[in-house]
Write a protein that binds this ligand. Sequence first.
Ligand SMILES: C[S@@+](CC[C@H](N)C(=O)[O-])C[C@H]1O[C@@H](n2cnc3c(N)ncnc32)[C@H](O)[C@@H]1O
Length: 392
Amino acid sequence: MKRGFLNSSKAHSKMASVGRPDVHQVLPGVPEGYKTPKVNIKEGDPTIDPKTLPQGAFLFTSLPNIPLDEHDPDNWTSCLLQVATKAQIVDTPGFPRPLLHPPKPRYHIGPTPNMGLAAFSSCALKMGDLILSERALLIAPAHLFAEDNFPEDFTDAQLHQAVFAQAEARLQVAYDRMLPENQKAYMALANSHLQDGSGPILGVMRTNGVNAAPLTRPGDPPMPYSATCKEISRLNHSCSPNTAAEFDMPSFSFRLFAIRDIAAGEELTYTYTDTSASAAVRQKILEPYGFRCTCRACLDPRLSDARRASIHRASPTPALMSMWAEEGLQASPLYGQHAVTLMERYIGAGDLENAMVYARMCSKMKWFGCGAEDWADPAKIKADPQWRKDVK
Ligand SMILES: C[S@@+](CC[C@H](N)C(=O)[O-])C[C@H]1O[C@@H](n2cnc3c(N)ncnc32)[C@H](O)[C@@H]1O
């Protein structure tokens, strides 16, 4: 039986452009005459051999690496990645594996009265059910970074705008490499950054980016990546979400799972914030998305804040697990770790019935990337080296 899964480290041809935005038109704060530096290291550029680039250099690429004008039923992602990150991806055993799809569609996108579009379950779902798999439209560094020395007389506001302009110019290259239908899908996504100087491509990324954590290699400085998806990015936020997304490196795709049982027609949500934080802190983190969360935990923060604080401190017990579930925090890695701890505790005590309860729970927690479908097997539990080790 695999232990500690929760602790393990775990995008040429020129194409038509849909609604191609003009960086300087949409960034009025950039001083007249300021030109963004050219950042054009594209794969397939005959003047550059990617193998000679430093590991930290950025590369525009498509993953899986198929010709840019070709269609793949599973789509491909237009990426801006560090050279070393790309190497890590293509060296992943099994890459590029086809996507794992549910046997029939389990969700649909539809309107809400006050939250724009949203995703809804099309059937009753069980905890651990795969809802959808998709490759992102765009993956790029989540953090804005400046690439040249700015004129000394720039004001803070101008500096801010110039950094946005650089980011937009970079993203424009990745956007130009997308298939026209992907460009169209990208520009159709929500944008909560229409007034702050973000260019349109950056604005959509900042509104819809999903954390592609496994792409961040351990190192200094860490480079977080943001993935903008056609479908998953339609999910609205909840501080007690009912889904979680896991990035599967071999297939280079996100998998969205039900993290508890979900009724047919229920809205599917995931979290944009830190669910362990207080309601006030969560609202602050959500501010850039342009809404105030009105989920159950935010409407009654006094009770929920106290409960969240205490359950994050407490040691795992079956009663504590119920409190985590009542608070709707099954996406938290700590919840998963507790399930493993309890399973191990019952294995050590030779308590098969209770060990099976938590083994079944762990087996369904596929959003943690554990892929541990067969943990809930009494024969395996009894064959575990720790079986009955704590029995005096
Ligand atoms: C990633 S998009 C989600 C999909 C979006 N509703 C759409 O129409 O495409 C994020 C945007 O959805 C809206 N949104 C997401 N969660 C919300 C919530 N809990 N309450 C109100 N608006 C929300 C906000 O406008 C936010 O900027």
